[in-house]
Structures are given as structure tokens and as C-alpha cells.
Ligand binder design. Sequence first.
Ligand SMILES: [Zn+2]
Length: 587
Amino acid sequence: MLTDSGGYQIFSLPHSRSMSEAGAVFQSYLDGKTILLSPEMSIETQKAIGADIMMALDHCVAATADEATARAAMEITERWAQRSLAARGDSPQAIFGIVQGALSPELRRHSVERLAEMPFDGYAIGGLAVGETKCEREDLCEFTAPLLPADKPRYLMGVGTPLDILEAVHRGVDMFDCIMPTQLAQRGGVFTSRGFLQLRRGIYKFAEEKLDPGCACPTCARYSRAYLHHLTKSAETLGWQLLGAHNIYFYHQLMRQIRASIVADRFLEFYRSHRAFLDEPDLDNPIRLQKPKRRRPTALGHYAVHIAREGFASIRHVESGEIMHMRTPPMDEAQQLYVEQSRLAERLRSGDNAEHSKPLVIWDVGLGAAANAMAAIRCYEEQATLGPVRPMRILSFENDLDSLRLALLHSRLFPYLRHAGPPAIADGGAWQSKQFAGLSWQLLEGDFLEMIAAATAAPDAIFYDMFSSKVSADVWTLKAFEKLLTACGDKAAELFTYTCSTSVRVALLAAGFYVAQGRSIGAKVETTIAVTPAAFRSADGARHNFLSFDWIGRWNRSQAKFPAGLLPGQQLAFEQVIREHEQFQSG
Ligand SMILES: [Zn+2]
């Protein structure tokens, strides 16, 4: 057991100490009491502790101290060294003297000469590792060590890393002390035969290998890097202990090898082979200089991520500036406009009715960033956990998957996409729920009007969420809606769309749909619902707020009276079709 005299410890209390010939006066950090640490009291204390090696009390100054301060400290250290030796008396405990003199070779030489005349059992090079550079320390060590008696141990205080130790041995030092092996262990740092590892790194999370393949310490024998990583990350003191035990073992092993190489007269060879190696960082998992984080593109194809003033994200069509879900978060709008208006939850629940054991088919026209489809899927999943539901199939129509792909790159901004469905649709065009056999989703990629023919089931509900006629004119025409109604066959199908544009409504009417007002959503005062004749005549067909004959009057005054694509010569006939639509006959 080696004890220090307290000189260095007092040096590290710069605000509550004073030095005098008698000793160092400092304030107890426990009760504020003034304590005089004299050389005699220091030795008395070290004797009581039972140290094998005691240190004489020294006066430590910063390595960068000026010449006068360093000289005064060196001189007082000499006088204290004599008093310390005297205080030892006839104790069998060994005592070392401490060489001071800051960075001055002249002072160091003087200090060595004076101390060497005293009958110390060994000599320490003190006052290093206190603010000097590694180079300054090595130079001073190289200068001082050979001056010390060759037949007494030479001790470099407060040093260091394995490489520091190797360098100091090379310069003639025998002994070291340092907090490094245990202090680094507390922070997850370990010296190994594969370099210096920082176990906090995530790379060790699943590393089942030994901490150090070349080490025989108890930690390496028992614990994987992954377990030690876990202990370190969770600040378990067991982690410090295990890593500290390994580090100390590593230091001991290094010193054993150094001694063996000296005895075998092969130290220089050992020094050369270990000099580069001991300073290696993690060899197996090198730390790469972090590349600047690659930013995810905020635009893709015709689309860009848009952050609304309200803080939610949506997708913007770059050329038109049109934004999907302008004033309402995508999922809120999808929920209110499509899921609630179609009474999806209620229709899914009627699964015990024989007629309703057939799948409910949703045509999701304009997949976009998949908000509407995901709202329907969430609704299904919620209902299915509550009780029996009928199967549900979603057919999404989309000719450009870039908006979905862009949103998937930013799933932090589009949290509803954190689901197995959207990536499966983007990658393979189909998704089948693993949890619910009745839930499936299919993509029909291409222009909607052409893809209608590819649909394998007629719709019960249509979520009609295409960009406006400015961007995609052809899907809002009379022809488009005629084709859509034909695809519905004799099904009682309902279509929901965000627009309340008169020209769209008359196109739907002219195509044969029955048209009702949809609810107000966000900034939209009104939306639109269109149903097939079968739905209009069905039991709950009357639940919608169908446009009345009064609406015809407003239509007549409208600027956008006719749907896109209608030739002037067809307008009269078109007007008649609307007036004579069955919807307006009853009122
Ligand atoms: Zn080990």
C-alpha cells in the first residue's frame, strides 16, 4: 500500500489553503475547521494507515509556475523532506522523497541532488501531470529520471495511460499511480488488446463477444460486451467495477510484460512493438468521422413536404401549389370527411348479417400520402378489436407514388404512416394484415380512368380525393363519373369528395349519381356526397341532405355552370338532363 503525503491534495484546494514553513494550512471540507498539515502530522497519519510506502510532504506548484515560485516550493520541499524522514523514526515503513522544480531542469537537478543525499527508500518525480503538455512531461522525465539513484525505485506520480507508462519506463521510471483505469471505467472506457473501447457506443448493444479476446481477467471470462454496454448505459455501479477490474488487470499485465522484457533484455523490442499499438482506438469498430447528416429530401418528383401554419405536415403539389389537406391535419380530414361520413365503423360492425359477410370495398381514388386509406384501416383495426366485423378491402388508385414515398421519408411528420401497410403498398403494391385476415389493401397504379377496368371488385364507398381540376382535369368530367357509375354496377355505393364545386356536382348528376351536401370540414363550408341510384333508393338512402330544386336556381346563376369538357352545343341538352334528374322530381 502506497499513501500520498497530502501535498498534491492540498495543491488541488487552491482557494482554502496557505503554505508556511510549519506546513500547509487548509480548511476541512467537512466542518470548515482549520487544519495544519505539517510533515510530522502527514507521516504520523500515513503510519497510522499502515502504508508500505509513505511519501514525504511536498510543496506542489503548477508545472507552469514562474521560476521564483518554483524555487521557493522546491526549497520548502527539501526542508519538509528532512522533517518527514525524521518523523518516520524507526518505523519499518518505507518512505520516498519527492523531486520538485516545475519545468526547470536546473531546479530539478538541484532538487534531485539534495534529496539523493537523504536516506530515502525511493524517489518520486512530483509536480507533473499538473498542467504541462505530454511532450514537456516526457522531456522532463527523460531529464530527471537518470539523475536519480539507480539502485532506488523511481516513481512518476499521477501517470498515466498505458502508452504514457511505456514511454516513462523507456525513460527510466519504475513505478506509477493513476486514477485513469478506474476513472475511465466509470465512463465506460476500457483498454484492450483490440484498442481502447468506449462501451457506451451503440455498436456494442448486441456484441456477444468477450470484452477483450486477449484478456484472462474475471470480467472478460464472464461478460459480453453487450452486457457491459448495458450496465454502462444504465449507470450500474457493477459496470464500473467490472470495467475497472479489467482495466487494472490490463495495467498489471502490461507491467508484467514490461518487467519480463527488461529481464530478458528485450525491452527496446517490446517498446517498439507496443508503442503504436497501445495508442490504438477501437480496432474492430473504428469510430468513423461523422459525416454531416444527410438531410432527407423534402421534395420528390412533383411533390414537396408542406408544413402548415398550424404545425402539421402535408404534401404539396409543386407545380400547382395545391396542398393535400390544406387547413386540417391529414388524418383529421380523412376521419371526418371519409370515415365518419361513410359511417364506416357502423357498416363494418354489421358483420353478423349474412348479406354483409361480403367484404366492404373501398375505392380510395387518389392515394396521395395514404391518409384516407390509413384512416379507414385504423377504423377497421379499432372495430375488429371490439367485436366481429365484416372483411374490408381497400383499392387505392394512384398514378404517381412519389407523394407517398416522400411522406414515408418523413414519417416523423406523418406519424399515421408508422404502420406495416404504407411501406408494403409503396414497395409491392399490396398489403394483407397479419393481425386481421379480413383486412387487405391493394394498389392500382396508373391513370384512374384506365385502372377502373382493372378493379376486381365494385365499390361500396368511394373516397374521391384527387387533386383539383387544375391539376387533373379528366377525373372531374362527366365522362369520368359516367365510367365510375358504370363500375359501381347495381351496388348501393356512396362517393365522398372534398369539393363543393357546382361544376363537379352537375357532372355527377348528369352521370346519374344523386348528389347531397357533405358536412363542413375545416375551412370547407361544404363538401359533396354522391350516391348511386341503388343507394338513393335503399333504406338509409334518405339520410343524406340531397340537393333540392332550389339548388337548380343557384346553379343557373353560377359562373361555373358546366363541367369541364362539355362542348357549347351540348349545354342545352345538359341543362335539361339536370332539370329532369329524378333527384329533383319529388320536391
Ligand atoms: Zn479483461
